[in-house]
Structures are given as structure tokens and as C-alpha cells.
Design a binder for this molecule. Sequence first.
Ligand code: UD1
Ligand code: MG
Length: 447
Amino acid sequence: GVKAFETMPPVLLMANLALGLAGYEATSRMTLAMSPAFIKSRLFGIDLNKPSTKRDADGTLVRPYEGTLVPEAMGVIAGTVYLVCMFVFMPLPFVHDYHSWGSSEGGSWGSAAQSIVSSRASGTAYHFPHAHLSKFLCAFLSICCMCFLGFADNVLDLRWRDKLWLPLSASLPLMIVYAVDGGGTLIVLPKLLTPWLGQTLTLGPLYYIFMTSLAIFCTNSINILAGVNGLEVGQSVVIAATVILNNAIQLYRWPEGPLHDNNLFSFYLMVPFFFTSLALLRHNWYPSKIFVGDTYCYFAGMTFAVAAILGHNTKTVLLFFVPQILNFIYSVPQLFKFIPCPRHRMPGYLAESDQLCVSWTEFKRGDLSRAGLLTVKLCETFKLARFEYGAHGLVRMSNMTIICYVLHLFGPMHESRLTTVLLLFQVLCNTAALLVRYQLAGLLYDV
Ligand code: UD1
Ligand code: MG
């Protein structure tokens, strides 16, 4: 039988799932109902790649154009609904502990009832697991803080170099609870390194820097893999599904393992996230009725970071971010301004065929720094981007995102098709990641 799910309290699982489904319904309805209010508060964007978007003869946009206003920052609704769902869920794993209010010390997640039985049997008093409750509280404090800062970014349109630090502030509560909750900074090293460094390594403060970087990476990497209808939420939905699958696999294979509680925690966090995001995806899919905004990208990234850190699964969760990592590495020359980076790097639009094509950044070879020249040389040699050469050393280079790279490889395609291709790539990468995690990890680690 399914042993893991016997030890996982079925009632809690059902409650978690039910809240997720309620979250789906609430997000879906409220998103539609609130759309006019967002537009009224001037929270809207223009869907740049639609036939109704008015353009000049040379392709530049004439704005604002009434017909194409799309409410922006709607991720704040998904975030709010998610938090409410989790606030309702939070007390449930502790229901069995209520009789022992006032005492301290830990018990076990979701299996509190069993702990009571075993502690009664052994004659010791059972104590309320405050440590576990604080883990929940700080997780939602971080996520809530990130939603707030993301919404501020949407309203105020912060500069790129400023908003990079928002996730740092929001992840501080996470660091605290991690430190209080045992705060292991020990990592298991790959077998390859054990002759030199031993089997494990205590990273100490470095590990805290790693966790903060993870929060900054998760949030921003989702935000810069964007610009096509449905892509921001779509990738988050796929990643969430993979994290859930991974947690389920771990719970199933090692029902009594030391990571049982952590996986269960991550699982409880991810299921309602998956459903609220799915509701958002429904309205954000081509043709978008709403935009999710940076609010959603930050909310999603932070939820993944929290699940990874407090679920003690950072390495595995990073494996599910391969497309984001590739996009980030490919984007580095533009992010660090070796190559000029326009405000929007989303694909261009071909009105005649209603398809998307690569978008360009323009520069003169002579204006580039050494790093810029090296980048251009590499991209030309390995055909990593598309080039067009004009008079006076003018160069047009396709923007360095994997979205444009896909269009460079396969040629122009319809917007919904482009999203589908990119999401399929995410599914492919995540499936490979799971295989690596469970088939190949044995080569590197003693699992
Ligand atoms: C990031 C990207 C930028 C990309 C933008 C698209 C980097 C460094 N930044 O910027 O290149 O163009 O996301 O979201 O890589 N929009 C659409 N269709 C969509 C989604 C968005 O037209 O499917 C437009 C709308 O006008 C919307 C705007 O993009 O208002 C939102 O952009 P925003 O999220 O503010 O851009 P950034 O996150 O700063
Ligand atoms: Mg954005």
C-alpha cells in the first residue's frame, strides 16, 4: 500500500487540497471582478504584441490606446488569496496539540497525534511544537512582505538596480527562523570531493548568503523570463507541480526518513500555490485578460525560496530552475550592460502574419567595451544570436533572452505557440531534473 500517505494525515491532506481548490475558485472570480477597479486606479499595461495595439508606420507604439489596456499587477490577488488559504490552514496541523497550550518544545509535523500517543506510552508530557508554528509564521511573513514590496514596485516602477534588493529584505524573517530552527549549515559533499574536503562541510555564514541569493535569484529569474502571454505564471505552475511531485516522491520512498517533516511542510505550502497560480494562468493565457505584474513574479519566487529553504531542499529545487538559470546566464551581458539593454526585451510583432519575431538591440561596434566585443564575437561564432549589419558599423543583435533564442532557432511563430514551446521546454528540463535527482544522484552522493 501507499505507506507514506498513511503516515501523512489524510484529513490534513484533504483540507490542504480543499483550500487549494477554494483558492482556485476565489482567485479566478476575484481576478475578473477586480479588473475594472485596477484599470480605474491606473494599474494597467499595454499588450504590446496584439493586432489591436496601434503602431506607427515604423512599428513604434502609439499610446495610450484604449482598446489594449490590460489590468496589471493582478498577481496581488492570487497572493492575497493564497495567504488567506494558508492562514486558515496553519492551525490545522496543530489541532491535536491544543490541549497542551502553554508548554514549549517540539513535536512532529502533522503526526502530532502519534507523538501524543508515543509520549503517553513513554510516560513523558507532550509539549506544543512552537518551533513548527514559528516556521509557518515566518514563511508567511516573508511571502507577505514580498507581495507588498512587489506591489510597491508595480505601482512605483522602481529602477532595476533598486528592486534587486527587495527579496533580500523580505527573506530576513526566513533567515531568523532558519537559524532558530536548528539552522544547519552543514552540506553533504559530492563523493568526488570527499578525499580533499571530507564528507561534509560546515558553511556557517556563507550558507546564509547562499539562502539570500537564492531568494534574490528565484524572484528575479522568473521576472526576466517574461514578455509573452502566460509565460510568467506558466513557468511557476510547472515548477510548483514539480516541487509537489518531488515532495510526494520523497514522502513515499522514505516515509520515516529524517526529511519527512520538511517535505510535508513544503508540500503543504506548494499545493495551494499551485492552484491559485493555475487560476491566474487561466486569465493570463493568450489573449491575456490580465497581466500578473512583478507582484506575482516576486510572490512566486519567494514561495519557491521558502519551500526550498525551510523544506531543506535547496539543491533539488535549483535543479527545477534550469530554464531560468540558462536565461539568466544568457542575459548577463545585457543585465550588466556589456551590450545595451532596452527597457523591453520581449519579442517583436509581425502584424501581417500575427506572429512574433526576435526583437533587437542596436549599437556600434566601436562603442562597446571589451566584454561587449567578446560577447558579440562569441555569439557570432556560435550563432547564439541573430545579427544584422548596417552602415557605419551599426550592428543589430537579437536580445539575449531564451525567448528570442527560440525565435532565432525556429523562426517567427504565434504568441500562444511560443508560450507552449517555452513551457514544454520547462517540463522537459524538470523531468530531466527529477531523473538526475533520483537516478544519477547516486553517482555523486551516497543516497
Ligand atoms: C522584464 C524584462 C523585460 C520584459 C518584461 C516583460 C529584463 C531585464 N526585463 O522587465 O525585458 O520585456 O519583463 O514583462 O529581462 N507585457 C506584454 N505582454 C505580456 C507581458 C507583459 O505586453 O505577456 C508588457 C505590458 O506592457 C506590461 C509590461 O510588459 O505592462 C510589464 O513589464 P514589467 O513586468 O514591468 O517589466 P520588467 O519586469 O521590468
Ligand atoms: Mg515583470
